[in-house]
Design a protein around this ligand. Structure first.
Ligand SMILES: Cc1cc2nc3c(=O)[nH]c(=O)nc-3n(C[C@H](O)[C@H](O)[C@H](O)COP(=O)(O)OP(=O)(O)OC[C@H]3O[C@@H](n4cnc5c(N)ncnc54)[C@H](O)[C@@H]3O)c2cc1C
Length: 450
């Protein structure tokens, strides 16, 4: 019987196990996970009910061939169809959906969960040996890397020792930043994405009355989901075009939508199912251009907030408790519990100095693997079992998620899922993408060992 090791037991790892079990009764699966509750990862382990799914329930099914699986589960658990259509559900509720799968898998004798961190992989003559941080090792014939979200990278600053201080919170996904908080004091959050929004909501819930400063290079305000007219699919016009041509065509369509008094949201949503194909077809230079110039605005347009969340954020802004600043941190220092930060304002020679009580890093998961201080990644990179992606976003794989190794050779045994494929697929972390990838990876593995 062949053994498949899944390294990482977040939702990507669990979805892969579910698909493998569906496809073969003649395999053994070992799920190696540490650090987060099995299945939940950083996204769904939150206990704060104000942290909502940012994807409508209808798109959160575990199965691509059964898109109603999650909404049926919601109905079975007492939610009405009206509620499902109108609301975004708490992520902790989605966590309960995941945990039902985990409980089922736990009862399956084909699966073994190992609570440890993988630190290295050794190629043996017939298979692989995975070294764990508890000194044990696991043998496997095939490996799926489902490593998920790593902590954000340390911000750039002239003085670096601040980032060792207790006033700096490098993990925005646990609630440590709420501990011993002085509610009337000001706080700086770095990054304006959805993680920042989670933190702001939790700070508000904790009763914080101090000012919340949010800084990012462009200072974009997150956008809201809202009902938009369905815009006709114009992907055929974009196929085979350069980034500049795509940009110009999309701009024309945005103007058409505007002339009909329709929202830009319909145009963006019509692009969403084609985002991976558009990305794959771009040249390396165009991908770099996208990352440098368009990534942030695409992020705002694509990662939108539930309406109620957006309103809470805007209310805080109106009351001047929240201020979003476009600029770059130049320096952060701390003295006697007072944190002083200096910001170079966007498009200006002016600097702004802020005095706050703590700083939370909300810049998003670190995806430059060369810079990760993770023994497992560094060992695999050193042995060229994986290669860092040329755009510094995850690792190199072929289009079927098979890992590329030394000299660009494709591994026949090691696969990657989710955020590791960021440079290859661009849109690759949300449930619609990982559920599809899990199915495709499981099929390839099972076909290859028949
Ligand atoms: C705050 C947040 C909110 C999100 N909200 C949504 C949403 O509403 N809808 C949506 O579709 N998507 C959302 N996402 C995207 C989200 O990333 C995916 O939906 C999904 O949770 C990703 O799961 P994962 O298994 O790939 O990663 P993770 O959830 O990060 O899990 C990876 C697991 O691997 C473990 N691991 C890593 N390295 C090792 C190792 N060497 N050895 C052993 N274990 C290891 C980690 O400890 C962790 O348990 C959100 C993401 C974030 C960060």
């Amino acid at each position: 019987m062949k053994t498949i090791a899944i390294i990482g037991g977040g939702w990507s790892g669990i979805l892969t196990a579910i698909q493998l079990l569906k496809k073969s009764k003649n395999i053994s699966i070992k799920i190696i996970n540490s650090g987060q509750p099995i299945g939940l990862g950083v996204a769904y382990r939150t206990t704060d009910t104000s942290h909502l799914l940012n994807v409508p329930a209808g798109k959160m099914s575990a199965f691509t061939n059964n898109p109603k699986h999650f909404t049926d589960w919601l109905i079975k658990n007492g939610h009405s169809t009206d509620e499902i259509e109108k609301h975004f559900f708490p992520r902790l509720l989605y966590g309960k959906y995941i945990l039902e799968f985990v409980d089922k898998i736990k009862q399956n004798s084909q699966v073994k969960f190992i609570d440890a961190r993988a630190v290295d992989i050794q190629k043996e003559s017939l298979n692989y040996s995975i070294q764990l941080n508890n000194g044990n090792s696991i043998n496997a014939d095939k490996i799926v890397l489902a490593l998920g979200n790593f902590l954000p990278s340390t911000p750039k600053s002239a003085t670096l020792n601040f980032f060792e201080s207790p006033y700096y919170f490098k993990n925005p996904w646990n609630a440590d930043y709420l501990k011993n908080i002085s509610i009337s004091k000001d706080i700086l959050l770095i990054g304006t994405g959805l993680t920042m929004v989670d933190c702001v909501l939790s700070l508000k819930k904790a009763g914080v009355t101090g000012k919340l400063y949010v800084v990012s290079p462009r200072g974009y305000t997150p956008a809201s989901h809202s009902k938009a007219e369905i815009y006709p699919d114009f992907y055929s016009e974009l196929k085979g075009k350069t980034l500049l041509e795509i940009f110009q065509i999309v701009r024309e369509h945005l103007k058409i939508a505007e002339s009909k008094k329709n929202s830009w949201i319909g145009v963006v949503d019509s692009l969403r199912p084609h985002a991976q194909d558009l990305w794959i077809a771009l040249s390396k230079k165009d991908k770099q251009q996208f990352v440098s110039h368009i990534r942030h605005i695409w992020g705002v347009a694509r990662h939108r907030l539930p309406f109620t969340t957006h309103k809470e954020l805007m209310d805080l802004k109106t009351k001047s408790q929240l201020e979003i600043i476009g600029g770059r941190i130049i320096d952060i220092q701390e003295s006697n519990g007072i944190v002083s930060s200096s910001i170079q304002l966007r498009g200006s020679s002016k600097k702004r100095n802020l005095s706050v009580s703590r700083v939370i890093n909300c810049t998003g998961p670190q995806s430059n693997y060369k810079e990760l201080k993770e023994a497992f990644i560094q060992n695999l990179l050193a042995k060229k079992i994986i290669i860092s992606n040329e755009l510094k976003m995850g690792i190199e794989t072929d289009i079927n998620a098979k890992v590329l190794q030394e000299d660009g050779k494709t591994s026949t045994d090691i696969y990657a899922i989710g955020s590791l494929l960021r440079g290859i697929l661009w849109e690759t972390t949300a449930v619609p993408e990982i559920s599809k990838q899990a199915e495709q990876i499981a099929k390839q593995i099972v076909d290859s060992i028949k």
